[in-house]
Design a protein around this ligand. Sequence first.
Ligand SMILES: OC[C@H]1O[C@H](O[C@H]2O[C@H](CO)[C@@H](O)[C@H](O)[C@H]2O)[C@H](O)[C@@H](O)[C@@H]1O
Length: 322
Amino acid sequence: MEPAHAAAGEGDHGEGARALLALLQRVQSGALRVLGPRDFDPKLYVDLPLAPGADRAAAEAAVAAVTTRGEMEAFLARYFARAGSDLVEADPPDFEAEPRGFLPRVASGEARAWALQVHALWKDLARRVAPSVAARPDRHTLLPLPGRVVVPGSRFREVYYWDSYWVVRGLLVSKMYDTAKDIVLNLVYLVEEYGFVLNGARSYYTNRSQPPLLSSMVLELYAATGDLGLVRRAFPSLLKEHSFWVSELHNVEIMDNHGRVHNLSRYQAMWNKPRPESATIDEELASKLNSTAAKEKLYHQIASAAESGWDFSSRWMRLDAL
Ligand SMILES: OC[C@H]1O[C@H](O[C@H]2O[C@H](CO)[C@@H](O)[C@H](O)[C@H]2O)[C@H](O)[C@@H](O)[C@@H]1O
């Protein structure tokens, strides 16, 4: 299944972005073969930007010849920049080391010190997408965004949809209204570009969304600031996003005990292949199945679970299976 927005959302650079992702998935499986499964993170490889001046076609030709750890290290150093280097650190101008009206309300000294540490994380996690991403989208899986971003951190080097809800709530407590507004406007931009908010701001996340919390973010921001201009700006995108979630793709009819039919929305990714950021893991899992149809069904269900945002943790396991 192709993403519904296909060519339209990806604009002129869609072909180049797809070719880069295909190359990075070859690098990913090559790295697993050469480096082995210990501490292997498949997402690292699909996050690599092409190095300045490096030629994608040359990298495609070179990857097949890599057979040793040393060759892999040399190959990566020659053709790719560091994962995450296409985001630049950006101190949020509305950050204050001790925001007014926030800490005095926390009674315990220990809790106050901890709250201050959490507040200080905004400086660590705030970024901007480097201008090179919009200039050459065919060299990055990272997608351009207009405003400042806050990333989850560690291996998650990009904006995520539902994480942004709690980020916005936290920023409002920290009185960082401008940064919170930038985050909401980035998500509005994604709706304008793709018709829905992507799971995350990477080209490999265009096949699914995450729990739809954009309207709640706009509401929280409006309640804190009274910014009606933001509501007006976001409103068409909120309607567009609502249409996406109630469309045939997500709609499911449920009949209650009284025979009344209700229309609900379910998570349903537009994808039946391995998730690129976890392809080696998904392929290993699917290798236990015999038919292409069964594999495609599994891949679709994995991606749909990821759309729910609740992927994959021990909360879904039977206690006696742990
Ligand atoms: O904090 C970011 C997100 O992290 C998890 O999911 C993400 O990573 C998965 C694998 O790397 C990917 O398949 C999924 O689509 C991503 O959203 C977490 O499960 C999410 O809840 C969280 O938003």
